[in-house]
Design a protein around this ligand. Structure first.
Ligand SMILES: Nc1nc2c(c(=O)[nH]1)N[C@@H](CNc1ccc(C(=O)N[C@@H](CCC(=O)N[C@@H](CCC(=O)N[C@@H](CCC(=O)O)C(=O)O)C(=O)O)C(=O)O)cc1)CN2
Ligand code: MET
Ligand SMILES: [Zn+2]
Length: 780
């Protein structure tokens, strides 16, 4: 038997986000294709060399992507919808980007081809399992044809080979690819398996011919609840793939959770190796080790690919040793739990972090070190001092005074067992609030952010670097905020926002002001395409030393007589979009954040805020991957929202916002949040998502989005009017608000201004009709 080390994927964006800047510059027409390709090639080479230098035995290739690896797979197998004008053969990069970002109708912005004259919308984007990474949803139809457009894994393998690096190509497995796809008709993507397999067979046999000895086939769908048909698909698929290239070792990679009831399927497949996530599925280790066929190589996903803490390598080494002892002749591989795509690249770049904190952390580069160290421990019998050192570091973190705040723990204790609820039920609050605000029917508002223009980001970046003084930066933000308020009044919005110009990100901004949080300067993680986030690091008990948003709310409200919403990010979203300490249950950390937000809500109300919005964008998307775990999660998530939002008087209106609005399964939880107003993303579903609210007889007020902010398109008055009529078929007029799908930070002002003016006009038109109808009824 041998013990080897492996990596499953390395971040693509670059230490200094080189890929982001190369992409955005190419899209803007400022640099040419050759420059983009060159940046990409350099990044790949750097990453392969780094992994080799670190001493990783099995280095992945084809983990790079210009935008997203699911999109890459769709393009590779020829699943390109006709609107993008592809006519067979290799898919041009601009067609690829059109699928990712849409193409404008004027024929030059994204793509210079005449067939794009009408413009094409981007594919839908959704989150990758329970991460904050988003993939493009492949669109398939019943008579879908697949063909190999170009063997990308092969190209990547050969590119690494010319650098003298022998890699293991990664591909997204056929079953997961189909389960992540959507059908445009009534068909089920999984039924296309037999059509798809020949393409995979060809990819693999070409790889084998080129001298590849092993391929990592990602099948994370194996950690989900699967239908019988999907389970059967695995047997069918892997029988065909194993036959295609008998000399190629297929390593089936699963991650993000335990295999659970899918373990038997996985163990019966004709593959050479199985990778599984030990960080999120630890309890099944013994089961796997005992039941795995004797020849099966086990790849142990034992270094956390989803979090940033240095590991206790001593403890991990013991776990590995136990597996090794039981496995006899079979190979064992030491690996991260999943691709390192979800962690930042290098802690060494964080020179501003204090040494104590820095030594608690391991980003992608440091995780490679940890894996290599474990490998050497088993193969070269390296002395154990580094292992013990890591254990001491971990111990130091857990016992550090910086991690524990008795005041916070005391407050949490007091909270225990007390149900958090508003003073009166919604039916009593609603008339009080209506009397207070006297808003017209169908009140108009927006979700919070306005465009983060280059100017805004430049000013913040200069301020961060000390090139723009605090006073000048604040003055600049005041100017932006004031202009946004004047403009909102001008076009006639009823409920205003301050625009969030002072915020770098809706989560990071709060993290930076809370204690128990650390944040990075260059700890970027890809969220979608070229867009990245720097998730805050929650290392200790959370408290809010000072008000976080009151100053901006006050400034903005002082400029207008219309109500201006206080704007906060909710506890569940802050938790889900941060790196969370691993020494407390997540729900406990969430309750701590909830208390901090509760304090902020209190201060906003005291300062005079009459409406306070608490965004829970990530509450729905944070749902556990397995249905059996939903109830527990929803119970504490809703409780945390209520801790944050319930300590206000009846006349204070609590808003919330959620972008991902598939609520059918969690309607009870949405209702239990008891927000006075909820705004949601609905425009693309043509309001169908509202049916869940109707079925449940949901009484509170709702703002279903009528403007798809993910597209640069400017919706017309008629279009939004139609959406409002569809909403009125489902909701009462007293319930309905008018707003976009989400915040407008990624849009440009020349898109936002006409779009919102149209939105206000659509509401006004409808009000007029309501008034006329009302008069007619009155005069009869
Ligand atoms: N955390 C989080 N997750 C989320 C969302 C979200 O808003 N936040 N929204 C959903 C979609 N995901 C998104 C993720 C990122 C962005 C986004 O716009 N990201 C920005 C960065 C935002 C940011 O942190 N901005 C900072 C830093 C900006 C920056 O790059 N500054 C330059 C200099 C800029 C200049 O001089 O022009 C630098 O530091 O080098 C700031 O404004 O302060 C980007 O990639 O461009 C949008 C949506 C789901 N998940
Ligand atoms: C991703 S949800 C965004 C909510 C936030 N208030 C904004 O408007 O940007
Ligand atoms: Zn949103």
């Amino acid at each position: 038997m041998t013990i080897k080390t492996a990596n499953l994927g390395f971040p693509r964006i670059g230490r200094h986000r080189e890929l982001k800047f190369a992409l955005e510059s190419y899209w803007a027409g400022k640099t040419d294709r050759a420059a983009l390709l060159e940046t990409a090639r350099t990044l790949r080479a750097d990453h392969w060399r780094l992994q080799r230098e670190k001493g990783i035995d099995i280095i992945p290739s084809n983990d790079f992507s210009f935008y997203d690896h699911v999109l890459d797979t769709a393009v590779m197998v020829g699943a390109v919808p006709p609107v993008y004008g592809w006519r067979g053969g290799p898919v041009d990069l601009d067609v690829y980007f059109a699928m990712a970002r849409g193409s404008s109708g004027n024929g030059h912005a994204d793509c210079g081809h005449a067939h794009h004259a009408a413009g094409a919308a981007a594919l839908e984007m959704t989150k990758w399992f329970d991460t904050n990474y988003h993939y493009m949803v492949p669109e398939l139809k019943a008579d879908q044809r697949f063909e190999l457009t170009s063997n990308r894994p092969l190209e990547a393998f050969l590119e690494a080979k010319t650098l003298g690096i022998h890699t293991r190509p990664v591909i997204l497995g056929p079953v997961t690819f189909l389960t992540l796809s959507k059908a445009l008709d009534d068909s089920a993507p999984i039924d296309l398996l037999e059509r798809l397999l020949p393409v995979y067979v060809r990819i693999l046999s070409e790889l084998a011919d080129a001298g590849v000895d092993s391929v990592q086939v990602d099948e994370p769908a194996l950690v989900l609840d699967l239908s019988d048909k999907e389970r059967q698909a695995f047997a069918l698929a892997y029988k065909a793939l194993a036959k295609a290239a008998p000399n190629l070792k297929l390593v089936l990679a699963t991650y993000f959770g335990p295999l659970g009831d899918n373990l038997d399927i996985a163990l019966q497949l004709p593959v050479a190796g199985l990778h599984f996530d030990l960080v999120r599925g630890g309890s099944t280790l013994e089961d796997i080790v005992r039941r795995a066929p004797a020849h099966l190589a086990l790849s142990l996903g034992i270094i956390d690919g989803r979090n940033i803490w240095r590991s206790d390598l001593q403890a991990i080494a013991s776990r590995i040793a136990a597996v090794v002892a039981l496995r006899g002749e079979a190979d064992v591989v030491i690996a991260p739990s999943c691709s390192l795509l979800h962690v930042p690249i290098d802690i060494e770049l964080e020179t501003a972090l204090d040494d104590e904190l820095r030594c608690w952390l391991a980003f992608a580069t440091q995780k490679l070190d940890e894996i290599a160290l474990l490998g050497r421990h088993f193969t070269a019998g390296d002395d154990a001092s580094s292992l013990t050192a890591s254990q001491q570091t971990m111990h130091a973190r857990l016992t550090s005074v910086r991690v524990h705040d008795p005041l916070v723990q005391g407050r949490l204790h007091e909270l225990r067992g007390i149900e958090q609820r508003r003073q009166s039920p919604f039916s009593a609050r609603q008339p009080i609030q209506h009397r207070r605000f006297k808003l017209p029917a169908l009140p108009t508002t927006t979700i919070g952010s306005f465009p983060q223009t280059a100017e805004v980001r430049k000013a913040r970046s200069m301020h961060d670097k000390g090139e723009l003084s605090y006073v000048d930066y604040e003055a600049f933000l005041e100017k932006e905020t004031a202009a946004a308020i004047r403009w909102q009044e001008e076009i006639g919005l009823d409920v205003l926002v301050h625009g969030e110009f002072e915020r770098n990100d809706m989560v990071q901004y709060f993290g930076e002001q809370l204690s128990g949080f650390a944040f990075t300067k260059l700890g970027w993680v890809q969220s979608y395409g070229s867009r990245c986030v720097r998730p805050p690091i929650i290392y200790g008990d959370v408290a809010r030393p000072n008000p976080m948003t009151v100053r901006w709310w006050k400034y903005a409200q002082s400029m207008t007589d219309r109500p201006l919403k206080g704007m906060l990010t909710g506890p569940v979203t802050i938790l889900n979009w941060s790196f969370v300490r691993d020494d407390l249950p997540r729900e406990t950390v969430c309750r701590q954040i909830a208390l901090a937000i509760r304090d902020e809500v209190h201060d906003l109300e005291e300062a005079g805020a009459a409406m306070i919005q608490i965004d829970e964008a990530a509450l729905r998307e944070g749902l556990p991957l397995r249905r059996a775990d939903w109830a527990h999660y929803l119970a504490w998530a809703v409780e945390c929202f209520r801790i944050s939002s319930s300590d206000v008087s009846d006349e204070t209106q609590i808003h919330t916002h959620m972008c991902y609005s598939q609520f059918n399964d969690i309607m009870e939880a949405i209702a239990a949040m008891d927000a006075d107003v909820i705004s949601i993303e609905t425009s693309r579903s043509r309001m169908e998502l509202l049916d869940a609210f109707v079925e449940r007889d949901y009484p509170n007020e709702i703002g279903p989005g009528v403007y798809d902010i993910h597209s640069p398109r400017i919706p017309s008055i008629e279009e939004m009017g139609t959406l409002l009529s569809l909403a009125r078929e489902r909701l009462t007029d007293g319930q309905l608000w008018v707003n976009p799908d989400c915040g407008l930070k990624t849009r440009k002002w020349d898109e936002v201004k006409p779009a919102l003016a149209n939105m206000v006009a659509a509401a006004a038109k409808l009000r007029l009709e309501l008034a006329r109808n009302g008069q007619r009824t009155a005069s009869v």
